[in-house]
Write a protein that binds this ligand. Structure first.
Ligand code: UDP
Ligand code: MG
Length: 309
């Protein structure tokens, strides 16, 4: 018998767990008609509210509910990976606990799987309810990624996605420590159908993503899926070497013609400041890659499980 695994990363979602569960059960009635089993994997990502108890209470009435509880907060990326690793279904879908990923779409998603797609992904076409600066930077990020990365990045893409076992295995074969799942989905390829929907605001609780956390996450994405910034550093080096060469000739010629080698102290200060700024910037870029490499070679596990039921 076929089965579907639903992976739900949860971090401080005490208000949402039960609501999510109910809505999911209602929206997966159609699975019975196609005699497809169901397992729901809640990944408690080190919540410090009552999320754990809520999951346990849901689990006490339904043995299809599984729980993976982390020893601390490892982040959504780690939670998703753990869920995928432990999932047993022939199909796997990742869903947020805050009902921003409408479970009603599942039935439609399965239609496309039947049509031969390997994966059905979702993207929100509006960013209603989001602070305008955040939307602005998010759009810039996607535009930039389109330019500097060979991997496909879709603006507004969510992690809400139904995949076949084959695609899940491909994702699991990428054990990188610095995970940027939105890029990993694109990288593994497979035939993907995109469904669009209007942004839904979270039902309760707060988003876990502060503006600066998102900035950090986008740097993660850039470094993980492009080495273009390193090229930019090299290109700037070449450019300034050429410029210096021209300046040397200019200075020599000026000395020979006008005989004044000393003037130009203010411009010298500006040049030194500009160049040292650029040097630090480039060293910073190098540092970003080096730091990621350092974290990768440590081969630390992505998460630590405290309890698994
Ligand atoms: N989440 C998680 N670990 C974290 C942060 C978030 O497992 O460190 C979960 C969270 O419980 C939710 C999903 O990831 O189910 C999406 O988080 P959130 O709603 O805060 O993000 P947004 O929808 O605002 O992008
Ligand atoms: Mg959310």
């Amino acid at each position: 018998m076929e089965s579907l695994s639903v992976v739900v990363p949860c971090f401080n979602e005490e208000q949402n767990v039960e609501r999510f569960y109910e809505k999911l059960i209602n929206s997966t009635e159609f699975l019975k008609d196609r005699s497809c089993g169901l397992e729901i994997i809640f990944v408690d990502d080190g919540s410090f509210d009552k999320t754990y108890d809520r999951i346990m209470s849901v689990r006490s009435n339904d043995d299809r509910v599984r729980l993976i509880s982390f020893s601390r907060n490892f982040g959504k990326e780690a939670a998703m990976f753990a869920g995928l690793e432990k999932s047993k279904g022939d199909y796997v879908v990742i869903m947020d606990c805050d009902l921003q990923d409408p479970p009603e779409l599942l039935a439609e998603m399965f239609k496309y799987i039947d049509d031969g797609y390997d994966s059905v992904a979702t993207r929100r076409v509006t960013r209603k309810g989001e602070p305008p600066i955040r939307s602005f930077f998010a759009r810039c990020f996607y535009k930039l990624m389109k330019k500097i990365s060979a991997t496909e990045f879709v603006d507004g893409a969510r992690d809400y996605r139904l995949m076949t076992r084959q695609m899940v295995n491909a994702i699991l074969s990428m054990p990188e420590y610095n995970r940027f799942t939105k890029g990993i989905f694109g990288w593994v390829g497979f035939k993907t159908k995109w469904l669009e929907y209007e942004n839904v605001e979270r039902v309760a609780g707060e988003t876990k993503w502060s503006f600066w956390k998102l900035v950090g996450y986008s740097i993660e994405g850039i470094v993980a899926f492009s080495t273009k910034p390193l090229m930019i550093a090299s290109a700037m080096g070449v450019f300034f070497c050429l410029l210096a060469f021209v300046m040397i000739i200019f200075t020599i010629v000026r000395k020979l013609v006008f005989g004044d080698p000393v003037s130009g102290w203010p411009s010298l200060v500006c040049i030194i400041l500009l160049l040292s700024g650029i040097q630090f910037f480039c060293t910073g870029i190098l540092g970003q890659y080096l730091a990621r490499t350092y974290m990768e070679v440590k081969r630390r596990p992505l998460y630590v499980i405290k309890e698994e039921l």
